[in-house]
Design a protein around this ligand. Sequence first.
Ligand code: ASP
Ligand code: MG
Length: 467
Amino acid sequence: MRLVIKYGGTSISAAKDIQSIAKHVNALSKNNKIAVVCSAISGTTDDLIEISQSIKKENKAKAEQLASKIINRHKQVSKQAIKKQELRKKLLKKLDDDFKELVAVIDGMVLLGEITPRSIDYLYSFGERLSIKIISAAISDSGKKSVSLTGKEVGIVTDSNFGESKPLMDTTRLRVSKTIDLLFSKNTVPVIGGFAGADQHGHITTFGRGGSDYTATIIGSCIKADEIWLMSDVDGLMTADPKIVKNAKLLKEVSYIEAIEMALFGAKQIHPRTFEPLITKKIPMKIRSSFNIKNEGTLVTASPSSSVKNTVKCVSNIRHNGLIDIRGGSMVGTPGTAAKIFETLAKAGINVMMISQNPSESSITIVVKNDVLDKAVNALEMELLGKIIKKLEVTTDVAIIALIGSGMRGTVGVASRVFSAIEKNKINVAMITQGSSELNLAFVVKDQDSSSAVKAIHDAFKLDKIN
Ligand code: ASP
Ligand code: MG
């Protein structure tokens, strides 16, 4: 089997975990061709982001202090994780070159006092540059040949949209498959840095936060993998947040479209574009924990077996949002009202999470994150109040509760089950939306009611008995 295994940051933070991953990869590679993709060691990307913010604030000392923190973390893990002295020395030497470059990059950015999206991506790519060298050395240490490659080195070519780049798949496919097939033929495990690639001029680009998942599926699609495993510290996708619902269950199987919805709703943070490369190739993906490899995790496929087509598969909640009710008599029957509202919000850089308009057209309700609520209200007041808008009503601290499951499509009575469960708990619903795909039913309650709402839905649909 051709397998792409991606490890998240927490899976590769401690030396002993790195050693057991190396052992696992080694064992799997006896019967399979394995390509490993790695995130940065946990905390590293956050530190790199803080470095760029410190440079912006002209706080050189803070940037240097953070760089030392990154350097020490990687040195320490390397010393503990690699047993063979020869390999350890070689690794520390290679890392040292990266450390020197990292310090030089920071110096350069401080000197110029200029941080561009391009230099930021270059800086942020260091997390994966460092982690792959350690993981690859650990695999070699376990007795299996391995090399480390950055996204650029393996052949991921992207557009030049720094911070949010997209791969140019045809070029990428040619380059990546060539690089990896050569390594496979030499019985060598490639350890590839996630999150970053390079544009056609060779400048490093990144895919945005969480982008290593995306790298894993890009690689999987290029090498025609039979399966892709996303390994992290959670067992898979769950019916609800186990911190809220004690008897939440692991979902054994979901479809791509359900997983996309679940990823968006934060059940487990997965880069939103992760599924794109899989859909045409129909490559199955498993979401698993590196700390519990006996557990098969959640299987994500194009068409799950019919035995698992439950109406509702999971209920999730996103708290700390604000709701804006936009009203005005002159909104009724006026083409372009919605366009003006959303254009205003877009210009202010506000991401809108939920939208509904009642058929009388006299009000449009939207939900945005609490931390941009002020900015959103301000923009709407400045631009549109007294024109098409008569009144804005704002509610802070609301939660979106979302039910996901493709079995809801065409099933009669889902909404009535949802809202009678909510009513029994005397919870007030401020807004409801359902897309015509019927894949997702979402409603808004106060933050303080969100846990009881999630529990009530979980009970009403007996999600603890799902598999
Ligand atoms: N290291 C990057 C991040 O923390 C990419 C990833 O982990 O997927 O966002
Ligand atoms: Mg990550």
